[in-house]
Design a protein around this ligand. Structure first.
Ligand code: BES
Ligand code: MN
Ligand code: ZN
Length: 509
C-alpha cells in the first residue's frame, strides 16, 4: 500500500473514494465546505442517519455529473468540537491524536468493506492539534486499520473483505515539509507495529526461536544495525539456566537475539527486552486445552521490541543507543523438561526454585535482563512480556500493566502510552510483595501465592535489574484481544508496545 501527499484538484479526483471529516455540532448539521457533501449530509441528518458523531459514517455515490468525480464519497464523524473531556489525566491533545487514529481506522475499514482500492483523504482544518499531527495520526490509523493477515487463507470466501487498499493520498492545500514529516512519522510507526503483528500472527510451527534470529539478522542488514544471536552453546557457556531450563522440553533450540543500534559511546543506552516464548504449553505444569492455541501469542513482547528496532532503523534517532534483546524458546513438556521442584541458576548466579513450570516467562527474562544490564550498562531498561493472566483480571484488555522501580521512567512510559493510544496503568512494587517469592531452599521461587500475581511476577524480575531504572510492561491483556477500536484487529495481535516505545525514544531526554 502506498501512502503519499497530494495537492491535486479534489473535484477532478476520479479514484474509488474521497474522504471528508466533520465535527458533530450540537443538534445542527455538521459543516463541510464542499457543497455536494454539505447538501447530502443535510438530507442524512434530517433522516436521522448521520449527525457527525464519532464512529458514524455517511457513504454515498455521486452521479459524476456534478462537481465531484470520485466513485464514492465518505464522510467520517469526529466527536463534538467542544468535547475534549480528559479522563484519567489524559491531555486533550492525546485524546485528539486518538480520535484521528480511530477516524483513519474507520476509513480503512469502510474501504475494505466496499472494495475501494484508491482513496483520497481531505485533512481536516487544525483543531487542538497542528495539521502535521493530524496527518501523523490519520496516517497511523489508516495503515493500522488496513492491516490484514490472509497468508494462510487459500480459498476465497463469500464475505471476504476487498482485496486490499492499494493507494492512499493525503490531501492538503499546500505541500508543506512538516506535513510530509507527519505522514512519514505515522507511516513508520504504523508499519513497525504491523511488522510486530505479522510475527505474532504466524503460528507456533512457523514462528520459532530461529525465526526471531532470522528477522533480527534481516533488520541488521537492511538498516546497518548490529545483530548477535546467542546459541544454546553460548548459553551453556554463559550459564543462562533460565532459558536453558525452559527450553529443555523443546526440540527447537533456544536463541537469544540481540540487536544494537549505536550512535556514540557517550550517549545513553536504552535496553529493551521482549519475551519471545514462541509457544507456551505450560510445560510439565500443563495448561488446560481450552484456549491454549492463544499461547502462540506468547512472543508478542519479543515481536514488539524487534518491530520497534525496524522503526529505529528507519528514523535513526540521535543522542541515544538502543539495544533490543529477545530471549526466544518454546515451553513444552517432555522427558527432559523442567519439573516442579527443580532448582536452576540464572545468569549471574542467583538460584531459583521452580514451583510451576508455567511461570516460565520470568525465567527467560531474568537471564536476558541480567545479561543485557551486565553487557550494556544501560541508562534504563524496559521489558515487555505477556507475563501473567492476573493482569487481565486486574486491568482487562484496555490497559497494559506497568511496574517500575523508578518514578521518572514510569512517568515517561505512561506519557508515551497516552500519546500513542496504548494506555498503561501502574501497579506497585515493594518488599511486602518481594517477600512472597522467598524460597526456603533457593534464593527465590518462581511463583508467589495466588494473590497479586502480576506484582509478584514483576518482583521476580526486579531481582535481576539491580539499581538500573527499569520499567516492566505486562502486555498479556493488550497484545491480542486489545480493547475494541477501528484500527486494531478484533482478537488478533495488536502490535502493542511498538508505538509507545517509539514515542518514548522520539521524546527521550
Ligand atoms: N504466558 C502466560 C501468561 C498469559 C496468560 C498470557 C494469559 C496471556 C494470557 C505465562 O507464562 C503464564 O502461564 N503465567 C501464569 C503464571 C502462574 C503459573 C504463576 C499465569 O498467569 O497463570
Ligand atoms: Mn506460562
Ligand atoms: Zn508464558
Amino acid at each position: 500500500m502506498k501512502v503519499k501527499q497530494t495537492t491535486q484538484d479534489l473535484e477532478k479526483y476520479k479514484g474509488d473514494m474521497l474522504v471528508y471529516f466533520v465535527h458533530q455540532q450540537n443538534k445542527k448539521v455538521p459543516a463541510c465546505d464542499n457543497k455536494l457533501v454539505q447538501d447530502t449530509m443535510k438530507l442524512a441528518f434530517k433522516a436521522g442517519d448521520f449527525s457527525g458523531r464519532e464512529g458514524e459514517i455517511l457513504l454515498f455515490y455521486p452521479s459524476g455529473k456534478g462537481k465531484l468525480q470520485a466513485k464514492r464519497i465518505l464522510v467520517v464523524g469526529l466527536v463534538m468540537a467542544e468535547e475534549t473531556a480528559a479522563i484519567n489525566g489524559v491531555a486533550a491533545a492525546d485524546v485528539w491524536r486518538e480520535n484521528y487514529r480511530k477516524a483513519g481506522g474507520r476509513v480503512s475499514e469502510t474501504a475494505l468493506k466496499t472494495k475501494a482500492e484508491k482513496i483520497l483523504i481531505v485533512v481536516p482544518e487544525p483543531f487542538i492539534l497542528e495539521k502535521q499531527d493530524e496527518v501523523e495520526c490519520l496516517t497511523e490509523g489508516l495503515i493500522l486499520g488496513a492491516y490484514q493477515f490472509k497468508k494462510y487463507k487459500k480459498t476465497k470466501e463469500e464475505d471476504d473483505p476487498g482485496a486490499s487498499i492499494a493507494e492512499i493520498q493525503i490531501f492538503t492545500e499546500k505541500a508543506e515539509k512538516n506535513i510530509l514529516q507527519g505522514l512519514n512519522r505515522g507511516r513508520i510507526a504504523a508499519l513497525s507495529a504491523c511488522a510486530a503483528r505479522d510475527m505474532a500472527n504466524e503460528p507456533g510451527n512457523v514462528w520459532t526461536p530461529a525465526s526471531f534470529a532470522e528477522f533480527g539478522r534481516k533488520l541488521a542488514r537492511t538498516y546497518k544495525l548490529n545483530c548477535k544471536v546467542l546459541s544454546k552453546t553460548d548459553m551453556l557457556r554463559l550459564k543462562m539456566g533460565g532459558i536453558l531450563g525452559v527450553n529443555s522440553g523443546s526440540a527447537q533450540p533456544p536463541k537469544m537475539v540481540i540487536l544494537e543500534y549505536k550512535t556514540a559511546n557517550r550517549n545513553p543506552t536504552l535496553l529493551l527486552v521482549g519475551k519471545g516464548l514462541t509457544f507456551d504449553s505450560g510445560g510439565i505444569s500443563l495448561k488446560p486445552p481450552k484456549g491454549m492455541e492463544e499461547m502462540k501469542f506468547d512472543m508478542c513482547g519479543g515481536a514488539a521490541v524487534l518491530g520497534l528496532m525496524q522503526a529505529v532503523g528507519e528514523e535513526k534517532p540521535k543522542g541515544i543507543n538502543v539495544v533490543a534483546v529477545v530471549p526466544a524458546t518454546e515451553n513444552l513438556p517432555g522427558p527432559s523438561a523442567l519439573k516442579p521442584g527443580d532448582i536452576i541458576t540464572i545468569y549471574g548466579g542467583k538460584t531459583v526454585e521452580v514451583l510451576n513450570t508455567d511461570a516460565e516467562g520470568r525465567l527467560i527474562l531474568a537471564d536476558a535482563l541480567a545479561y543485557g544490564i551486565k553487557q550494556y550498562k544501560p541508562r534504563a531498561v524496559i521489558d515487555l512480556a505477556t507475563l501473567t493472566g492476573a493482569v487481565v483480571i486486574g486491568l482487562g484488555h484496555h490497559r497494559t500493566g506497568l511496574l517500575s522501580n523508578n518514578d521518572e521512567l514510569a512517568r515517561q512510559v505512561m506519557a508515551a502510552g497516552d500519546r500513542s493510544g496504548e494506555p498503561l496503568w501502574r501497579l506497585p512494587l515493594g518488599p511486602e510483595y518481594s517477600k512472597q517469592i522467598k524460597s526456603t531452599v533457593a534464593d527465590i521461587k518462581n511463583i508467589g501465592n495466588r494473590s497479586a500475581g502480576t506484582i509478584t511476577a514483576a518482583a521476580f524480575l526486579q531481582e535481576f535489574v539491580g539499581d538500573t531504572p527499569w520499567a516492566h510492561l505486562d502486555i498479556a491483556g493488550t497484545a491480542y484481544n486489545f480493547t475494541e477500536k477501528s484500527y486494531v484487529p478484533n482478537k488478533a495481535p495488536s502490535g502493542i508496545g511498538v508505538r509507545t516505545l517509539l514515542e518514548l525514544i522520539r521524546n527521550w531526554k
